[in-house]
Write a protein of this length. Sequence first.
Lengths: 257, 265
Amino acid sequence: MVAVFLSPLIFVAYTSLVGDHGFSLAYYGEILTEPLYRRVAEISFEISILATICTLVVAYPIAYHLAKRTPRQRALLVILVLLPFWTSILVKSFAFTVLLGRAGIVNTMLGALGLGPLPMLFNRTGVMIGLTHFLVPFMVFAILPSLLSQPPELRRAAELMGAGRIRIFCAVTLPLSLPGVVAGLLICFILALGTFVTPALLGGRTDLMIANLIDFHIHETLDWNLGSALAVLLAVITAICALAISRIRGGNLFGHT
Amino acid sequence: MEERRLRTLPSFLASTAAWLAYVFLVLPSLIVVPMSFGDKDEFVFPPHSLSLYLYRRYFFESTWMQVTVQSLVVGLCSMIGALVLGCGAAYGLDRYQFPGKRALTLFLLSPIFVPAIVIALGLYLYLGRFHLVGTTPGLIISHTIITMPFVIISVSAGLRHVDRDLETAAMVMGASRLLIVRRVTLPLLRPALVAGGLFAFLISFDEVVIAYFISNVQTQTLPVKMYSTIHWEISPVLAAVSTLMSLLSLSVCLFVAFLQRNEQR
C-alpha cells in the first residue's frame, strides 16, 4: 500500500524540485533589485490584500446568515455559495466582461439613472470584483464552522443578562469567530496572490500580477530561470501562510478532523 | 414598539447584506443563461428574440466540439487515475501508522494550496524532459496530480465512517486482506468514491492554468479555448458554452448533495 502512494509522492517531489532547477541566487537578486519586479510584487500584494478585505466584507454576512438558519434552510442556501464555487473561473470571467463592460448591463443601468459610464473592466476595479467573487466561497467555508460551533446557550445567556443584539455580536459572536476569520483571510490571501486568469482577463495592462509575470517569462521571453525563481518565491510565501493557517487550526491545515 | 424596532433593525440590515451578497455570488452564473439564447453574433441584453443560434454554432463548429471531446477525455482519464491513486493513498494513510505520516499527508494534499501557476510551471519543465508537453498523456498526468487530493479527502472522510467491525469480522472468517478490501471496504466506500470522482472530473474539466501551460493548439482543452477566446475576440458563443458548463457544475453539485443526504439517512 505504501508503494501505491509512494510513486506519486516521488513524482510530485521530483516535479517540485525541477521547478527550482537551474537557478542561482543571481536571479533572486535580479527580482529584488529590478524596479519592474518590485512594482509587480507591490501590485500583487496590494490587490491581494484589498480583495481579501472586500471578500471578508461580503462573506461575513453570508456566513452569519447561514449560521442562523435551520439545518434544512442552510442546506438550500449553501447551494447559492457552492454554485459559484464550482463554476468555472472562465464562465465567471466571461460573465463579468458582459456585466461590467462599457456597454454592459451595469453601465446601462447606471446610464438609465443618469450616471455616466464607469470604467469597470480592464482596470483595477475589474480585477477586484472578479477576485472578490472568486474568493467569497472560500471565506464563507472558513468562517461558517467557527460560527456554528458556538453553543447557542452563550447567546441566550448574554440575552438574559440584557445585552442587545449588537452588543452580543460584538462581545460574543465576533471574537469567537475570529480564528475562522483569520484562517479565511490567510487562505484568500494566498489564493489571491497566485491568481492568473482574473488579472489576465479582467485587468488592464498595469494590473500584472506575479502569476502573469511568470507566464510572461515562460511563454514570451523564454527566461525560464527568472520565471522559476518567481514561482519559488510565490510558493515560499504560500507555504508560510499555509503554516500559519495550520497553527491556527491546531495543526490541521485542511479544516476537517 | 420603539425598542422592538431597535432590536430588529440590526438583524434586518444583516440579512439584507447577506441577500445582497448571495445575489452578487449567483448573478454572474445566471446572467449567461439569457445571453446564450440570443439570435445574433452580438452582445445585447436582453436579447431581441430567443433562439438556439449560439448553441447551434457551438455544436456544429468543429473546433468547439473538438476541444470539448478533448476535455471529456482528459477529465475521465485523470478522474480514473486520481481515483486509483487517491484511494490507495487514503487507505494507506488511514489504516497504517508510520513515521512522517503527517508530513506525507500535507504533501499529498499540497496541490490544493500551492498556486496553480507554480504547479503548472513545475509540470511544464518536468514533463518537457519526457517530451510530454503538448500531448494528451501529459495533460492527463498533470490533472491526475491536481485532482488526487480531492479524492483523498473524500475517501478519507468515507473511510472514517466505514465500520471497522465489518472488516474485523471478515478477517476472523479467514478472508485475506485483498479480499476484504475488494468485498467489504470498497463497496462501503462507494458514495465517497462517487463524490470524489465527480469532483475530480469537474476540477479537471474546469482547469485552465495548467492546461494552458501543458497543451498546445492540437491538444487544447475547452477551458483553454475559452480563455483564448475571451482574451482575443470575445465571441457570443461563449454564453452558450458558459451556460452548459454552469449546468454541468450545478448538476454535479446537486447530485453530490443528494448522495450525502441519502448516506446520512
